[in-house]
Design a protein around this ligand. Sequence first.
Ligand code: CP
Length: 306
Amino acid sequence: MPNTLKGRDIISIAELSKPEILLVLKNAQELKKHPRPKLLEGLVMGSCFFEPSTRTRLSFETAMQKLGGRVIGFADPGVTSAKKGESLYDAIKIIGQYVDVIAMRHPLEGAARRAAEATDKPIINGGDGANQHPTQTLLDLFTIQECQKKLSNLHIAMVGDLKYGRTVHSLAQALTHFGARLYFVAPDSLQMPAYICDELKTKGVKFSMHKKMEEVIGKVDIFYMTRIQGERFADPMEYEKVKNSFVLKADMLKNAKPNLKILHPLPRVNEIETAIDKTKFAYYFQQAENGLYARQALLAMVLGKI
Ligand code: CP
């Protein structure tokens, strides 16, 4: 299949077709096995992070540098002219004149789409508020394929903050291509948004809602844990009520399927007990590493070098 991502903005996972997703995963696999330190020589990535990040920003920047490219940017908008009142549109228009591709994160939903209107250079959304996190989904799919040796017809639980969790919104949409059976485990107030559920119904994806992890843990191949996102609650008291709703403990894995793998986009607060880290079920640190290869593949593809 030809690379149809050249020059494209990557704003929502829903805008990538199944063959496009599979091609990113194939290229990520190749890059994991065979590093290409000169592939992006002479090219520059703008790394524009208006919201905190460890994995997404650092793996994007490392991905670019390990492919021979260079990086400019910021991890704190407080050191940019946003502090003086410059609009996102103006900032991205200017940065787009300096670089070949922009990876960005912003606390507002729709910010990446707005940024894409400001420049002809490809914008890659590294998370916009509670909306989308498409590159997380690419690394999640890559990781699922790696640890389960397949992507199709898996039983997958998504647990925790499904309302504000952009990673689970993007992942649920992507899984519509792969015949997954989905289990959503969350307090009522943090369940999967209706617009995602409606899309799943339209596409014939089977899913069910649950309040307890124990209801699903023995049934699934992937247990995708998420953090309750305190920073997105308008009322801190509401966060206090739900913040400890789900804490996965090692003794809860007694009836797990032998092939179960626990994923988490990270950062973790307390929702996975650290005793689980050394069990055969934990795969979240490998998942975070895979962000490097998925982002290398995507950068090389939007820059037209694969
Ligand atoms: N998974 C993820 O987006 O992590 P960071 O917030 O550290 O980038």
